[in-house]
Design a binder for this molecule. Structure first.
Ligand code: FPP
Length: 252
C-alpha cells in the first residue's frame, strides 16, 4: 500500500500502523538489582498495556519487535527464559486478545523456535484470523534483512520459472513479498530505552516513517507514553519527499 494514501500532510491524524522496538528490559532489571528475565517479565506487562491502549485509540495495526534474528546469539539461559515467557504470555493473553477482536500474527523466521511454540503461534493466528479491530504483528525471529532476502528469493524463483521478466520488477511487486505486504507501512516507529537505531527492524517499510525515540526503558513505557507519542506524531508535517502544499513554485 502506498505511503501517501490517507491524509496528505499527516497533521492531527492517527497513525495507521505503529511499529515499536521495546528496548531497555535488561537495564530496567539491573537498576533494581534483579535478573534480566525479570525485566522481560515487566516488559510483557508493558506490552499488554500498550496493546490495550492502541486498541482504545483505534490504531489499526501495531507491530512489536519481541525477538530479533540477532537475539538468538544471547546466552542460552536468557533465550530459554524468553521462550518460556512467550509461551506463558501467549497462553494468558490470547483469550482476551481474541475477545477484543485482535488479529494476532507472528512475523519472522519461526523455524528455530521450539516446536510447541511454533504450534501455539499457528493456533493463535488461526483462532484470530478473522478478527478486525487491531492487527497485532508480533515480530519473532524477525530481521529486516531476512525479510528483504525472502522477497528477493520469491522474485528470483519467479524469474527462474519464466513467470517474471527482471525488467518488470517494481516497488509494489517487491513489497508484495515482504512480511507487511497486506498492511500499510508503519506511520510511526517508536524505540524506547534511549538508543537511536533501527537495529534491523522493518528496513524497507520504514522509508517514510516518522521516528520517535523515548528515553524511558520499555517496562516504564505504558499507555500514557503511547498516547504522548501518538500526539507528537499528529503534530508532525509529512511530505514524503515533496514540498509543503503552500511552498510550491508560483505558477504564472
Ligand atoms: C530488549 O530489551 C527486549 C527484548 C529482546 C525482548 C522483548 C520482549 C518483551 C518485551 C516481552 C514479551 C513481549 C511480548 C509481545 C510477548 P533488552 O534486553 O535488550 O534491554 P537492555 O538493552 O536494557 O539490555
Amino acid at each position: 500500500m502506498s505511503e501517501v494514501e490517507g491524509d496528505r500532510d499527516g497533521k492531527g491524524v492517527l497513525p495507521r500502523h505503529i511499529a515499536i522496538i521495546m528496548d531497555g528490559n535488561g537495564r530496567w532489571a539491573k537498576e533494581r538489582g534483579q535478573a534480566r528475565h525479570k525485566g522481560h517479565q515487566a516488559g510483557a506487562e508493558a506490552a499488554r498495556e500498550v496493546i490495550a491502549t492502541a486498541g482504545e485509540l483505534g490504531v489499526p495495526v501495531l507491530s512489536l519487535f519481541a525477538f530479533s534474528s540477532e537475539n538468538w546469539s544471547r546466552p542460552a539461559t536468557e533465550v530459554n527464559r524468553l521462550m518460556d515467557l512467550f509461551r506463558r504470555a501467549l497462553k494468558q493473553a490470547l483469550p482476551k486478545l481474541h475477545e477484543n477482536g485482535v488479529r494476532v500474527r507472528f512475523l519472522g523466521d519461526r523455524r528455530r523456535f521450539p516446536e510447541d511454540l511454533q504450534t501455539r503461534m499457528a493456533e493463535a493466528e488461526a483462532l484470530t484470523a478473522d478478527n478486525q479491530s487491531l492487527t497485532l504483528n508480533i515480530c519473532a525471529g524477525y530481521g529486516g534483512r531476512w525479510d528483504i532476502l525472502e522477497s528477493c528469493r520469491r522474485l528470483a524463483r519467479d524469474v527462474a520459472a519464466g513467470k517474471l521478466n527482471p525488467e518488470d520488477i517494481d516497488e509494489s511487486g517487491f513489497a508484495a513479498g515482504l512480511s507487511l505486504a497486506d498492511v500499510p507501512a508503519p506511520d510511526l516507529f517508536i524505540r524506547t530505552g534511549g538508543e537511536r537505531r533501527l537495529s534491523n527492524f522493518f528496513l524497507w517499510d520504514l522509508a517514510y516513517t516518522e521516528l520517535y525515540f523515548s528515553e524511558r526503558l520499555w517496562p516504564d513505557f505504558g499507555g500514557d507514553a503511547l498516547r504522548e507519542a501518538v500526539t507528537d506524531f499528529g503534530e508532525r508535517e509529512r511530505r514524503f519527499g515533496r514540498v509543503a502544499d503552500n511552498e510550491g513554485e508560483a505558477s504564472a
